[in-house]
Design a protein around this ligand. Structure first.
Ligand SMILES: Cc1cc2nc3c(=O)[nH]c(=O)nc-3n(C[C@H](O)[C@H](O)[C@H](O)COP(=O)(O)OP(=O)(O)OC[C@H]3O[C@@H](n4cnc5c(N)ncnc54)[C@H](O)[C@@H]3O)c2cc1C
Length: 455
C-alpha cells in the first residue's frame, strides 16, 4: 500500500494507512485514543463546527484540550455558561495525543523540589498532583462515564544501576514528608513487576493512574454542553484587544466580546499568544501502540498494569491499554517537519520497545503519532493572568492530571473561589525564544550525551 501523508501539518486526521513499519505492518498515523473514542465524538464534531458565533459572552475559553475543557466544565458546574473556541477539534492538541498516564509527583523529583522550595512547600506542591489524579476519578464518577480510569500505580524504572540510590532516597522522602507510601524495588522486586530484564530496580507509587484521555475529554465536553455551555470547533482566534473590563476576541469567523477570557492553547500557542509561546519549549514526544497482544502476553509484560516511565534523560514511558495493547512512548526525535506523523520516530520507538521487550519482536505496531509537550524552563506549572486574561501552561509532561486540575483552579479564580498554587512563581520568557524554538534540538543533543555517559 502506498504511504499517504497529509500535506497539512496541522491536521491529525489521516485516514489512509501506510507501510513503513519494520514489521511491514500497516500503521495508522493517528492517536489510538482519538481513533477508539465513541461514535458520538464524530457526530458532535460536525455539529460543533456548524454552530454560529455568539456576539458577547460572560466567559470565553480558547483551546479545547484538558486545560480549556476542564476550565469550561468547572465554570459550567458553577452556573456560568462558557463558550469554548477550538481551531481544530476537541483533543486535537497534546490532550488527545498523550500516553494517558496520570503520574504522581512534580516534573522534578521530591528531592530536587525540597532543595528548591524547602520541605513544607515541596510536599504541598506534590500534593496538588495527587489531588489532581483524584479529580480525574471524581469527574469520571460524577458524570457516570467510563473513562477507563484505573488506579494502577506508577512505576519508575532505573535504566542504570547508578540510578537506584535516587529511587531509594525518593521512596524514603515520600514516606517521610507526605501521607503516601512509595515502595523501593531492587532487582528481585522489579522482576515481579515487569517482563523485561533491562531495568535494575525502581519505585512504585500506588497513587498513579491511567485513563483513556479522549474518553475523558468527551466526558468533559458532554458535561459542558449538558449544562448550557457551547463548544465551537474549527474557529481560530486571531487577535485580542482589551475592551473596557473585558476583551474583544477576533476570530476567523467574526468577533466575540468576552467579560472573562481564558487562553488554554498549550504548546500550540502562536500569535496572538506569543507571550505564552515564549515561555514554553514545545518538545516533540511520540507514541506507538501495538496490536492487541492478548491477556496472557499483556499480563506477562506488566502483571499489575502500572503506568511506567524510566530514568533516562530521554525517557521511555509505557502502559497497557484496556484492550491489551502496549502503548509505548518517548522523545524519539526532538523536532520533525511534521510532528503528528513522524515516521522515523515511530521506527526508533519500535526498536526501543523491542530492545526492552524482545518478546514483542513480532508484534505489529498498529498506531503511531506525535505531539508537542509544553515544557517550562523550571519544569513548573505557570498560571495566572496576563493583560487581563487567564492562562495555565508548562505541565512539563504531567498535564493529563494537572491540566485538568488547573481548569478547576482557573474556574475557581474566575468565580472568586480559590487560590492558584503556582501564581507566585517567576515566569520569565525562555532567553532567546522569539517564536521558533531553535534551542530544542540543541537541548536534545545535550540530553543524548548525558544518557550516553550516565552509569
Ligand atoms: C505524545 C505526548 C505524550 C504525553 N503523555 C503524557 C502523559 O502520559 N501524562 C501526562 O500527564 N502528560 C502527558 N503529555 C502532556 C499533556 O498531554 C499536556 O500537558 C496537556 O494535554 C496539555 O493540555 P492543554 O489543554 O494545555 O493543551 P492542548 O491539549 O495542546 O490544547 C491546546 C488547544 O488549543 C488549540 N488552539 C491553539 N491555538 C488556538 C487558536 N489561536 N484559536 C483556537 N484554538 C487554538 C489547539 O488546537 C489545541 O487543541 C503528553 C503530551 C504528548 C504530546
Amino acid at each position: 500500500m502506498t504511504a499517504t501523508i497529509s500535506s497539512a501539518p496541522d491536521s491529525l486526521w489521516v485516514p489512509e494507512l501506510n507501510a513503513f513499519s519494520p514489521t511491514k505492518a500497516n500503521m495508522k498515523q493517528i492517536s489510538y485514543w482519538l481513533d477508539t473514542a465513541s461514535h458520538s465524538f464524530a457526530q458532535a464534531d460536525s455539529e460543533r463546527t456548524e454552530l454560529s458565533l455568539p456576539g458577547a459572552v460572560e466567559a470565553l475559553v480558547v483551546g479545547a484540550g484538558l486545560t480549556g475543557l476542564s476550565t469550561a466544565y468547572h465554570l459550567a458546574l458553577a452556573g456560568v455558561r462558557p463558550v469554548v473556541l477550538e481551531a481544530h477539534h476537541v483533543g486535537w492538541g497534546a490532550s488527545g495525543r498523550n500516553g494517558g498516564m496520570a503520574t504522581t509527583g512534580l516534573s522534578i523529583s521530591l528531592q530536587a523540589a525540597v532543595k528548591r522550595f524547602g520541605e513544607q512547600r515541596a510536599a504541598q506542591l506534590r500534593q496538588f498532583y495527587n489531588d489532581a489524579i483524584d479529580l480525574l476519578e471524581i469527574i469520571s464518577e460524577a458524570e457516570g462515564a467510563d473513562t477507563e480510569f484505573r488506579r494502577a500505580g506508577l512505576m519508575n524504572l532505573a535504566a542504570r544501576r547508578g540510578h537506584l540510590d535516587h529511587y531509594q532516597r525518593e521512596a524514603e522522602l515520600i514516606g517521610a514528608l507526605t501521607p503516601y507510601e512509595a515502595r523501593f524495588l531492587d532487582r528481585e522486586g522489579i522482576a515481579e513487576e515487569i517482563g523485561s530484564s533491562a531495568y535494575f530496580g525502581g519505585m512504585i507509587d500506588p497513587a498513579g493512574a491511567s485513563l483513556h484521555p479522549v474518553k475523558f475529554l468527551q466526558t468533559l465536553a458532554r458535561g459542558i454542553e449538558r449544562r448550557g455551555g457551547v463548544i465551537l470547533e474549527g474557529v481560530r482566534v486571531e487577535g485580542i484587544e482589551q475592551q473596557g473590563a473585558g476583551h474583544a476576541v477576533r476570530t476567523d469567523r467574526g468577533t466575540i466580546v468576552a467579560d472573562q477570557l481564558v487562553v488554554a492553547t498549550g504548546a500550540h500557542s502562536r500569535r496572538p499568544f506569543g507571550w505564552l509561546q515564549r515561555r514554553i519549549a514545545p518538545v516533540g514526544s511520540f507514541v506507538i501502540v501495538t496490536e492487541q497482544l492478548g491477556a496472557d502476553v499483556a499480563n506477562a509484560l506488566l502483571p499489575n498494569r502500572r503506568v511506567c516511565s524510566d530514568s533516562k534523560e530521554l525517557l521511555n514511558y509505557f502502559r497497557l491499554t484496556e484492550d491489551d495493547r502496549l502503548a509505548f512512548g518517548g522523545r524519539a526525535r526532538f523536532m520533525s517537519k511534521d510532528i503528528a506523523y513522524d515516521r522515523k520516530s515511530a521506527e526508533i520507538l519500535q526498536q526501543q520497545m523491542i530492545g526492552l521487550f524482545p518478546q514483542l519482536g513480532g508484534a505489529r505496531v498498529e498506531y503511531g503519532w506525535g505531539g508537542l509537550v509544553d515544557i517550562s524552563m523550571d519544569r513548573m506549572v505557570h498560571s495566572g493572568t496576563h493583560d487581563g486574561w487567564w492562562f495555565s501552561e508548562g505541565y512539563s509532561g504531567h498535564g493529563v492530571q494537572m491540566a485538568t486540575y488547573m481548569g478547576k483552579v482557573l474556574a475557581g479564580n474566575i468565580t472568586g473561589n480559590t487560590d492558584n498554587p503556582w501564581q507566585d512563581l517567576p515566569n520569565p520568557p525562555i532567553p532567546g525564544h522569539l517564536g521558533w524554538p531553535w534551542f530544542v534540538p540543541v537541548a536534545g543533543l545535550y540530553y543524548v550525551a548525558r544518557d550516553a555517559i550516565s552509569k
